[in-house]
Ligand binder design. Sequence first.
Ligand code: FAD
Length: 603
Amino acid sequence: MAQSIADRRDQDFLLHEVLNISDLSKHEIYEDFNKKTIDLVVNEARNLAIKEILPTQEDGDKNGCVLVNGQVSPPESYRKAYNLFCEGEWVAMCDDPKYGGQGMPKVLSMVAGEMFTGANCSFLMYPGLTHGAGKLVEEFGTDEQKRKYLKNLYTGKWAGTMCLTEPSAGSDVGALTTSAKRNGDGTYSISGNKIFISGGDHDLTENIIHPVLARIEGAPAGTKGISLFLVPKYKIKPDGSIGERNDVECVGIEEKMGLHGNSTASLAFGSKGNCVGELLGEENKGMKAMFVMMNEARLGTGLQGFGFATTSYINAVNYAKQRVQGTDLMKMFDKNPESVTIIKHPDVRRQLLSMKAYVDGMRTLIYYTGYLFDKVKTAETEADQAKYKGLIELLTPVLKGYCTDRSFEVCTQGIQVYGGYGYIQDYPQERLLRDCKITSIYEGTNGIQAMDLLGRKLGMNKGKHFMDFLGEMNKTIAAAKEIDMLKDMAARVEKAVNRLGEVAMHMGMTAMSAKALDAFATAHPFLDVTGDVCMAWFELWRAVVAAPKIATAKKKDEAFYVGQVKTAEYFTTYVLPLTFGKMDALTAGVPAIMEFPEEAFAG
Ligand SMILES: Cc1cc2nc3c(=O)[nH]c(=O)nc-3n(C[C@H](O)[C@H](O)[C@H](O)COP(=O)(O)OP(=O)(O)OC[C@H]3O[C@@H](n4cnc5c(N)ncnc54)[C@H](O)[C@@H]3O)c2cc1C
């Protein structure tokens, strides 16, 4: 069975009927992006994903990366795909054309990203990290650094990485020990070991630029004393050409559960005392700079998780429509009951609808957040701009945490729908699950995301971002109340939004009280219910757009629109009641978590 990726009809519905992104073309900076151009970009991305990236999946998973004499070779099939990816100028789709970008709306990078990661995430990580490194140079680099690095990164001629993690500095980045010593000529000697560096070494490009967090000798302990350096694999000559090898060595690559096609490298910086780096941004302000990259990477990681879910879902639907097994439950006592495809079985339908509800909801959350970036750029007033920025701040940990957790569950269901065939390697479902797992761990584990939501984002700007979030949801509820078919649904979502407001207030107050630990012990379930209510909001929004079109739609579209309303009905009648239960548990408190004696866990 040929594999597929993201549901194109649903992508178009979201872009053109729900978000109406071609409205962006009214603004000067996006005037070229009318519906026709947008569709062209989506078509091109889809072609590349299906024809060139999807076929690299098996090679990546089965053959993985190889380390010989300190040099990593990625799976062979990645080379052609990488070159085509760069030729198509996909690395910096949304960035400034003066630096080699294409100046597209950010929302389009989410759409393309869904298809690219859904086709093969371990491949996409190479150009994805390269873009992140470029963004750092664009934001914090001097003119000289931009000239030296940016175009080469944004065109994919050189690759980039992100070097934070060390054996004793994982979630606690401030514990890092990599050091930097001033050389007196403006450069620094870097010394230390980084582990788990994605795309840390490979030969897809002529050079790799490593943004490295390190502490300048004498700098304060913790995150306050961290600076950011650019450390090239090959030194760069004054004329911009490649010079001698820098003292950065790949000393190992990890054997891991998934993402085999992406090298996860241990890098030794300065083991021969000759690793030269240059400061990016100000001394001791490295974390601030790195947060720019991490925020982008968090959205990217949520998108990665989702890419696996959307592929797993579309595979499951296609499989369920073809696999013949068992008979219609209502005809099981017939003499010779006809065998049916498994999509006819109620339990399979339940699973598919659950997968669809999360996939549709997550797609909306991801595209909507991408669109908020475009709205920041095109806002008419400063107040609007601040509002959109605030919504991005608030939604970032939700998007990363919720989408990666739910996507893993969707991938699990994606195996279940296939039965035994889902568990074996002849089919893609087990790989999608394996690849997906890391997304809830890297870029700040989901536990850290939950703490970010509760400890920082909820109270940010005196709670205004959260209030704006509730306000946006209430707009959709008001629109739904105007449509007869959706009145009950609107009431259910309204109740959930109001209850979420109460829960947030309770959690925020508890986090600032003597019971702070109890609040943080349930930060993750709080992120979870926030995500659930988001899903309900977005599905209601979809239903508001779809419901009025049902009566006049052509047959195929009619089914699609009915599907939107039914998905929202399913989620609000079946999932939301569970969310209410979880919200009640959060306000009641779960003191047992912190009261539990450590010795009693085991032993
Ligand atoms: C395949 C792969 C690719 C990676 N790519 C990169 C990369 O490109 N660059 C890079 O720098 N790193 C990378 N990493 C590292 C990754 O970001 C870290 O593994 C992650 O940040 C967690 O750190 P840790 O593994 O040390 O776990 P720990 O920090 O030891 O965490 C263990 C557990 O404790 C919890 N925990 C820790 N501290 C807290 C706290 N304060 N409060 C609550 N809970 C806490 C965590 O949530 C987790 O459940 C990669 C890792 C892998 C496996």
